[in-house]
Ligand binder design. Structure first.
Ligand SMILES: [Zn+2]
Length: 257
């Protein structure tokens, strides 16, 4: 009798353990996996690893860690942007990219240096929270405070239709950067024919109204970036995406800090 009871008890224990293993909360599993990989366990609900806090020592890096001479002019941390205020999700004036994109940008910085220029970065990885802020701003037609600087010829109600504002941005995938070139000797930014984030046809590559010098300046940036592994975006001279981006389907939402 005693032996039978022990076997039954062992069987019950086995079933209990099995059901616990099957029903273990996802978050606990993720935290355990993170701890095993050297990432501190997170408390509370765990976001999917792909869109949660990145491990800055691995998948994402600060751009200036790999390209230390790159200049940062992070407009969405400042009020000098088309919204007219600091954008949600920007907690520091810094630039973050996926490691492969940052490595490619370091190659571009080196090529620029050889020609007497430095890179000036306006934006890199952009959290989804920031894109949501853009969408809220674009929906508020009563706020036209930055129109004169950033979209003088475009009706604000058409910013979605014309593709200037969208619910998703490639920047949130972590391998896209907005930038220009600065002459090392003078510290002067090259004349690209339109300012960063100007909503209008003059910002397109090959815009007819550009002077030969402005066209040459855009071509110089394009050739440096393409040789480093980026592809241009026809509508914005400043916007480049790593051709072989590591997270082509993932829109991240950790803050810039
Ligand atoms: Zn961009």
């Amino acid at each position: 009798m005693k032996k039978n009871f022990t076997i039954r008890q062992a069987l019950c224990m086995y079933i209990l353990l099995l059901s616990w293993a099957i029903c273990i909360p996802q978050g606990v599993q993720a935290a355990s996996a993170g701890a095993a990989a050297g990432v501190p366990p997170l408390v509370g609900s765990i976001p999917p690893p792909a869109v949660g806090e990145p491990d800055m020592r691995g998948a994402f890096v600060h751009v200036t860690d790999l390209a230390p001479d790159a200049l940062l002019d992070i407009r969405y941390y400042s009020a000098y942007n088309f919204v007219g205020s600091r954008i949600d999700g920007y907690h520091a004036p810094t630039a973050i990219l996926s490691r492969p994109a940052a490595e490619a940008l370091a190659r571009a910085a080196s090529a620029a240096r050889d020609r007497g220029y430095v890179l000036r970065i306006f934006d890199a990885y952009r959290p989804q929270t920031a894109v949501d802020h853009f969408v809220r701003w674009a929906s508020d037609l009563s706020d036209q405070s930055t129109k004169e600087i950033f979209y003088p010829e475009v009706d604000k109600s058409r910013l979605f239709d014309l593709g200037y504002i969208a619910a998703k941005s490639g920047h949130s995938r972590g391998s896209t950067v907005d930038l220009t070139l600065v002459e090392r000797s003078s510290g002067r930014e090259l004349d690209m024919g339109s300012p960063f984030d100007f909503f209008g046809p003059i910002s397109h590559h090959g815009a007819a109204s550009l002077t030969p010098e402005q066209t040459a300046n855009r071509e110089l940036l394009k050739s440096i970036m393409e040789k480093a592994g980026f592809r241009p975006y026809p509508e914005e001279w400043w916007h480049y995406t790593l051709a072989e981006e590591p997270y082509p389907e993932t829109y991240f939402d950790f803050p810039v800090q």
